[in-house]
Write a protein that binds this ligand. Sequence first.
Ligand code: HEM
Ligand SMILES: *[C@@H]1O[C@H](CO)[C@@H](O)[C@H](O)[C@H]1NC(C)=O
Ligand SMILES: *[C@@H]1O[C@H](CO)[C@@H](O)[C@H](O)[C@H]1NC(C)=O
Ligand SMILES: *[C@@H]1O[C@H](CO)[C@@H](O)[C@H](O)[C@H]1NC(C)=O
Length: 593
Amino acid sequence: MPPGVKYLIERAPKLLFGPILAFVLIYIAQSYLNFTFSTTRTWLWVLLSGPFLFSILLGLDDIKNYLAARSMGAILPPFTDDLSPGGIWSILKEIRNAENGYIAEDLENMTAFTLNLRMLFQNRMVTTEPEHIKSILSTEFDRYEKGEEIRQVLGPLLGNGVFNTDGRQRIQILFHRSITRPFFTKDRISHFDNFERHANDVLHQIKTRLREGYPVDIQDAVGRFAIDSACEFLFGNDIRSLSSGLPYPQSSALHRVYEDSAKDDVATLFSLAFSKAQQILLYRIRLGLHWPLTEFWKDELQEQKSTIYALIDPIVKEAVRRRQQRTVRPYSEGTSKVEDEITLLDHLVNSTDDPVMLRDEIMNLLVAGRDTTSSTLSFVIYMLALNPPVLDRLRKEILQRVGLSRRPDYDDVKEMKYLRAVINETLRLYPPVPFNLRMSKQASLWPPTLPGGKPYYIPANTRIGYTVLGMHRRVDLWGPDALDFDPDRFLDDRLQKYLTPNPFIFLPFNAGPRICLGQQFAYNEVSFFIIKLLQSFSGIELAEDAQPIRSRAPAAWATEPGRKAKEKLRPKSHLTMYLDGGLWVKLTESLVD
Ligand code: HEM
Ligand SMILES: *[C@@H]1O[C@H](CO)[C@@H](O)[C@H](O)[C@H]1NC(C)=O
Ligand SMILES: *[C@@H]1O[C@H](CO)[C@@H](O)[C@H](O)[C@H]1NC(C)=O
Ligand SMILES: *[C@@H]1O[C@H](CO)[C@@H](O)[C@H](O)[C@H]1NC(C)=O
């Protein structure tokens, strides 16, 4: 059934209630009370009854919340200054901004750090306030959930995977956790062989391409590195997305040839479909449960999903096959060597053979492990290109420890303090998951933001957006230079001044019971790749002429206030951050003597 039709049918009782009530009242008035209504007036009343009734209910709800807040000595979070009906103006602005604007523009000038955006007649809180985010994620964790709306919006792609479940499915969380946790331990992640093979592969390809005289879209390259590494680590399955080669700049004659050859390449198609699917989901998140109205006749996601499943389903099949083999030869008889080869997927398959569930879980882990890491890597490289002194200092630290060719190990990575500061500073300005959502299960209070102020009252069933991107860039939390890229803030006295006393101002991986399970894996993977990259190359330069025109930062930005003045490209976000049009660079090869 087309999504729009289903939407209307589900809502028919509610939508028809007002008009039917109006009709009945008018009928009674005419038949028994001797009122006369012209046909036009009857229709007018019938048509307006819905909006009229709706406004009354909304007003009553507001009054109820106001009174509840007052009775607790609290206040309601302020509204934005957008007075258009349903906040439609803000929504249109958001959509336009997503195309042409700068990513955090509105956040840089929020009139308060916690606001009610009230979009589509729905209360939507949005916050960049660490104390409030702390309540949601950590201290009051049980009062919040991902909730039905998020499940309905993201469900079509993420199903019942780890990103999408909670609340009523708490047991499932525990289940997810118990099977997921043991795999993110030091022992396993310090096995760098996986990173090494894929890093060598991609660096070799980059070198070859540069020697041919072309720049490289390194965002595409690290995306392939990330997915190949993640699939091998999580599923024991090398999907070899690197084997389809790197794209050429659009202006080059070979671009066409590449496109043609990539046309049937599962991994390349997967990447494209995955981005498109995230784009569609972003749109749906804005509209919430009303998304079927813009995809009335056709669920736009279907097409992308079949492309995505083309990659995932073979992984599921293979895992099920492996398990069946195991029942013949139980792996428990093996040594620790065999133990090593048991992946997260083996665990999953061991606990269920429901292919839909397996597919959902794999999908979620791919979202978790692929885009976030490649986003971090891309933005680190982007920042190194824009800040040569940082690059030189980082490279010095790396070469001092491992030289030009030694393979880094776990201890090397741990010792490289500046590298970690560079990664942290990148995660601060460009957190891969910039926005996130929860629903309140019960009414809650958020602590006052000003000393002596009143707490905020958050009604039950309220949609809450929190944005770490906004929080990470706040001048009052990070100091006057908050918008500058400066890794030293994680090393010098600014650390003691800002972050140490208030750790909740830095949350690229979330916090609390649902903190990212892949954090260590991600730090190691990103560190490993950057080390290898700077062993091979000594300079990074943007190749802006290879960048599609729409993806270059407009000249006007340079003189405007805020972080955008420092951008050369356009950072954007669907569910995760990325650089629009890729990250085309030229690299200088290290001189090996
Ligand atoms: C720099 C890279 C990464 C960043 C910034 C990041 C960030 C996040 C964030 C913000 C969440 C919370 C999502 C939410 O609750 O709404 C999360 C959850 C998660 N991440 Fe990561 N992540 C990264 C890499 C990875 C990797 C490489 C993996 C796996 C290999 C991974 C696995 C997970 C899992 C399984 C969860 C779900 C935890 C739960 O809900 O209990 N992440 N991550
Ligand atoms: C934010 O507001 C200030 C003061 O009103 C203004 O000077 C500045 O240009 C605004 N910044 C952005 C990014 O719009
Ligand atoms: C698979 O399940 C069996 C029995 O439930 C259990 O003994 C074994 O440890 C499990 N193996 C893995 C890898 O989870
Ligand atoms: C980077 O941030 C993490 C917290 O996410 C922290 O544990 C680590 O100490 C930081 N490292 C540096 C060098 O800033």
